[in-house]
Design a protein around this ligand. Structure first.
Ligand code: ZN
Ligand code: ZN
Length: 320
C-alpha cells in the first residue's frame, strides 16, 4: 500500500472512532445484535488489580458498561483469579462476559504476550500451569530490587508491594509506580526507559512460558489463542512472519489488530497481516487504569474492513 492510500485509510479509521461513539451516545449501550459483528463494541483486553491494573474487576465492569461496551473480556497477566468476580459484575450490567488471560511468553529471547479468550478457568490446565509461572515473578522482583540498590535506589521491592493487589503478581509496573511516587522518574514510560528494560540497571531477564505452552494451555482450557498487540514487539518483519507461522501451526486463531497499543497506521498493517495469515482479528483497549491508559475501555475504532472479527461466530458461543 502506498503512503497516500495508507493515510486515507488512517483518516477514515480515525473518523470511525468518533462516529462509533456518537452513534452509541455517551453511556448508551445498544442492545447486542449479531447481524453486523463489525458494529459490536467488543473490548477483549484489559487489566484489574488482580494483575497490574488500578481498578477492581467490579469497577472495570461498571466502567465498561458506562462506555457502551457490549462484549467484554478481563485479561489479567498470568492470572485468572479475577474472572469470577468480573463475570458476576458484567452480568449485573447486562454485558456478555468472555473470561480471558494474558500469558507472558519468551520467544526468540523477547517477551511476548498471548491472550486466551473464553478460557475455562476453574480447575483447568490453564489455572494450574499459571500457578507455576507466577512463582518466578517473586524471585525476579527481589533480584530487580537488588539491582536497583546497586545504583543507589533502596527498598524498591518493599515500595512496590504497596501497589500490589495480588502478591503473586508483582510486576515491573508496580516497581515503576514506586519510582514515580518517589519522584525518581516523571512517569511510568520514563521508568521503563531508564531502569526496567534490557541493558538498564533494574532489568532482570526471565524465562516465561514458551509459545507452545501458552497456546496449548489455552486450547486445553477450551479457549481461543490470540497474539496480543503485535506492533509493540521489538522484532523484525521476518521474525513476525515466523511468529505468526509458528502460532498458527500450534493452533493459534487470532491477532489483535485494533488495540490501545497500536497507532492508526498499525491497525492497517496488522489487518493486512491477519488477512494474509488467515487469522481472525481482535480488538481491545489494554486498559490499565484512568491515570495510565490513553485509551478508555471500548473507545477504539471498529475493525478495518476485510477483517474477520474474532467474535463473528460468538452468537452461538457457550460462555466458559
Ligand atoms: Zn500485553
Ligand atoms: Zn495487557
Amino acid at each position: 500500500m502506498n503512503e497516500s492510500v495508507g493515510e486515507k485509510v488512517a483518516e477514515v479509521l480515525s473518523q470511525q472512532v468518533i462516529s462509533n461513539i456518537s452513534e452509541a451516545g455517551a453511556g448508551v449501550r445498544p442492545a447486542l445484535s449479531w447481524d453486523d459483528p463489525y458494529q459490536i463494541n467488543a473490548d477483549l483486553h484489559c487489566h484489574s488489580t488482580v494483575s497490574d491494573g488500578t481498578l477492581s474487576p467490579e469497577e472495570l465492569a461498571a466502567r465498561a458498561a458506562a462506555a457502551g461496551v457490549q462484549v467484554w473480556s478481563l485479561t489479567d497477566h498470568d492470572e485468572v483469579g479475577g474472572l469470577a468476580r468480573a463475570k458476576a459484575a458484567a452480568h449485573a450490567h447486562g454485558i456478555l462476559f468472555i473470561p480471558g488471560v494474558e500469558i507472558s511468553v519468551t520467544w526468540a529471547g523477547k517477551t511476548l504476550h498471548i491472550v486466551g479468550l473464553n478460557v475455562k478457568y476453574e480447575n483447568s490446565v490453564l489455572e494450574k500451569s499459571l500457578e507455576q509461572v507466577r512463582s518466578g515473578r517473586l524471585e525476579r522482583a527481589k533480584e530487580m530490587s537488588r539491582q536497583l540498590e546497586k545504583v543507589g535506589i533502596d527498598g524498591v521491592y518493599e515500595g512496590a508491594l504497596k501497589y500490589v493487589g495480588n502478591p503473586n503478581l508483582i510486576s515491573r509496573t508496580h516497581f515503576a509506580r514506586c519510582l514515580v511516587e518517589r519522584k525518581i522518574c516523571s512517569d511510568i514510560r520514563d521508568v521503563f526507559a531508564r531502569y526496567l528494560t534490557p541493558g538498564k540497571p533494574g532489568y532482570v531477564p526471565h524465562d516465561w512460558a514458551s509459545l507452545r505452552e501458552s497456546v496449548e494451555w489455552i486450547l486445553a482450557s477450551d479457549g481461543i489463542p490470540v497474539i496480543a498487540h503485535p506492533g509493540r514487539y521489538d522484532i523484525n518483519e521476518l521474525q513476525m512472519d515466523e511468529l505468526i507461522t509458528q502460532f498458527k501451526n500450534l493452533g493459534g486463531i487470532g491477532i489483535e489488530v485494533v488495540t490501545g497499543s497500536h497507532t492508526i497506521d498499525q491497525y492497517t498493517r496488522y489487518a493486512r497481516r491477519a488477512l494474509v495469515a488467515g487469522l481472525k482479528a481482535s480488538r481491545g483497549s489494554d486498559f490499565h487504569g484512568p491515570e495510565e491508559s490513553r485509551v478508555n475501555l471500548g473507545e477504539l475504532p471498529r475493525l478495518p474492513d476485510g477483517c474477520v472479527p474474532i467474535w463473528d461466530n460468538w452468537a452461538q458461543l457457550q460462555p466458559n
